[in-house]
Design a protein around this ligand. Structure first.
Ligand SMILES: Nc1nc2c(ncn2[C@@H]2O[C@H](COP(=O)(O)OP(=O)(O)OP(=O)(O)O)[C@@H](O)[C@H]2O)c(=O)[nH]1
Ligand SMILES: [Mg+2]
Length: 583
């Protein structure tokens, strides 16, 4: 029997409410971050536009002048010639719809970029809190409403999900009971291992839409909890019939930001309805949605183009609007995908009233979002040359572009509808990529690169620190001072306290013994702990008692179990054998 110089009365309780979730336990992985490149003073002024109902743009006529852009630096922008920018057919149509709705509702224009309260509720964590980082980055405005695109217009390439690894199963206390086998000994088995959380790559996945309502699985995100050992594991020569078992280790939990990164060689950019998706469908086996209205494409599409025994991956991204760098239209939702492409194919809509103005406006948007995108090699494709009007203006447009400093060898007339000029375009793009040399392989090292569960690192019991905090209160005890809280900080002790099943008296005794032999009790005493002080270990806190007898500890434990309405487990009758001498 061990005698204790110091001991705790067992008034342990969880220090934190169990439902309180840590907001972010995993450090944000490199490359996985929110897009927050919003600029302070945009050069372009832009009015939020409402998208027209699909298939109705033919009935609409401009009712208000288009927003007056004042681009000051854009190469190729309309203002660089000193003329006011010409109205863009598509932007005028979109604006007219917004104005029409404003007149109908006699109120401010409907803000299609604001999310509803219901959606915001969905984005809350299980604890009902919007993660703090969102508010810090200004995504949750003061009024509590989150500025968001409507769900059907959003590209779900980022998601914030809550993950929780499984808890280890509790060990079991059992004894072998068989006829003719006297004293069969302990036979309690261990609990099961808690389930890990994996993130699994899926070639087919081009949107994180599924993460809105459930969690998928893939690389290791969180390791499940260790199983609790059963009483058979604690059999020793000194104690050949242990009557206690461990609780399973709790699995980790975290909020994780996921970001879908499209890896494409070439990004196909241009104004809405220019024919980007049609080009992708012609040069690859991809089947993106194609229709004669703006914003047909809402999520980026990838297509692999094989020509001359070389393959090139193209990404068709949603159409750009003036103000995209500020998030207008589908702006931020996909501009980051473009920034990862090595080269760009800039499609000019030959049927637009101002193809060169469109080209300049898009370049300006790219530059405002990220100057590095503007510097990417660009091939210009003048599309819809099969249309009579477009064919007639092709030479004029070409001359205008050359006059603005564009290399004439990088401008190609084409028709995605008839296939004219497509091979030349793709060959030129391939040549551009070849001239750039092999793509750099960017290896990202972060926590998610684990593909196997790492071996357990046993935390050391002697690796702990003690912090003392004085609590305001009446001075008591032999030292006549206010009560104190002693925080014992150490990974091993935190886990030990969590895995101790306090319903078993023998488990409590084991905990006390470990504190004694590891020197924690001695350290506490050397720091002046006295009767009634609190000791916090992990999520459990205890009240210190100077009464060192085992009997006093048992009484305190029994009272604590009773107070919490918890059933005592283990030996049916305690103490077995001769009763302990009470001090
Ligand atoms: N005549 C003609 N029509 C074309 C050509 N290319 C595309 N189109 C038509 O233009 C319309 C828009 O084509 P999309 O490929 O959906 O255009 P997009 O740029 O992907 O449009 P968004 O996804 O809305 O940005 C469709 O009706 C196409 O059939 C072409 O070379 N000639
Ligand atoms: Mg499209």
């Amino acid at each position: 029997m061990h005698s204790f110089e110091g001991g705790f009365s067992m008034s342990h309780r969880l220090h934190l409410p169990q439902h309180q979730l840590p907001q972010v336990l995993l450090p944000p992985a490199p490359g996985v971050r929110r897009c927050s490149r919003r600029r302070e003073a945009p050069i372009c002024t832009a009015t939020p536009l409402s998208a027209p109902p699909r298939g109705t743009e033919q009935q609409l006529s401009p009712q208000a002048p288009p927003p007056q852009s004042e681009p000051s630096t854009a190469a190729g922008s309309a203002s660089s010639s000193g003329q006011p920018p010409k109205a863009k057919d598509w932007s005028a149509r979109l604006l007219s719809v917004a104005n029409k709705r404003r007149q109908e509702t006699k109120g401010p224009a409907p803000d299609i970029f604001a999310g509803s309260g219901r959606k915001q509720q969905k984005l809350r964590g299980p604890d009902g809190l919007v993660p703090e980082e969102l508010a810090e980055e200004g995504e949750v405005p003061e009024g509590g409403r989150r500025k968001r695109l409507p769900a059907e217009m959003r590209c779900f390439d980022t998601a914030r999900i809550y993950i929780k690894a499984g808890n280890g199963g509790d060990g079991c206390v059992a004894f072998r009971r068989e006829k003719f086998v006297d004293n069969g000994g302990p036979a309690g088995g261990n609990g099961g291992r808690g389930g890990n959380v994996w993130a699994v790559a899926d070639e087919q996945l081009n949107s994180l839409f599924g993460f809105r309502s459930k969690v998928g699985d893939r690389a290791l995100l969180l390791v499940g909890g260790r199983p609790g050992r059963g009483n058979e594991s604690f059999k020793t020569h000194q104690n050949n019939a242990p009557a206690f078992a461990e609780s399973g280790e709790e699995g980790g939990e975290a909020w994780v930001d996921l970001e879908l990164k499209l890896v494409a060689d070439v990004g196909i950019i241009g104004v809405p309805n220019a024919g980007k998706s049609t080009l992708l469908s012609v040069i690859s086996a991809a089947r993106p949605k194609i229709a004669n209205y703006p914003f047909t494409t809402l999520v980026p599409n990838l297509g692999v183009c094989a020509q001359d025994f070389k393959t090139t991956v193209f990404a068709d991204v949603p159409g750009l609007l003036e103000g995209a760098h500020e998030g207008l239209g589908l702006g931020h939702e996909f501009l980051r995908h473009v920034s990862r492409c090595r080269a760009l194919v800039h499609i000019i809509d030959g049927s637009s009233p101002d193809p060169v103005g469109d080209w300049g406006a898009i370049n300006l948007e790219l530059e405002l979002f990220n100057p590095a995108i503007k510097d990417k090699p660009q091939v210009i494709a003048y599309n819809k040359i099969d249309l009579p009007d477009s064919g007639e203006f092709w030479e004029d447009v070409r001359e205008e572009l050359v006059a603005k400093g564009v290399d004439p060898n990088s401008i190609f007339p084409m028709s995605a509808a008839t296939g004219q000029g497509i091979s030349e375009l793709v060959r030129a793009v391939r040549g551009l990529l070849d001239a750039m040399g092999p793509a750099k392989v960017e290896a990202e090292t972060d926590a998610l690169n684990l593909t196997r569960v790492p071996p357990r690192r046993d935390a050391r019991l002697d690796d702990y620190t003690i912090e003392v905090e004085e609590v305001p209160g009446k001075s008591t005890g032999p030292q006549a001072r206010p009560p104190r809280v002693y925080y014992v900080d150490g990974e091993a002790f935190a886990k030990f306290a969590q895995m101790t099943n306090w319903s078993y008296w023998e488990a409590v005794r084991r905990f006390q013994r470990v504190l004694e032999v590891s020197g924690v009790n001695a350290s506490l005493k050397s720091r002046g702990i006295q009767e009634g002080d609190t000791v916090v270990i992990g999520d459990t806190d205890f009240e210190w008692s100077d009464d060192q007898s085992e009997g006093a500890m048992y009484d305190a434990w029994e009272a604590d179990m009773r107070a919490r309405g918890q059933a005592r487990q283990g030996a049916a009758k305690w103490p077995r054998g001769p009763p302990l001498k009470r001090s």
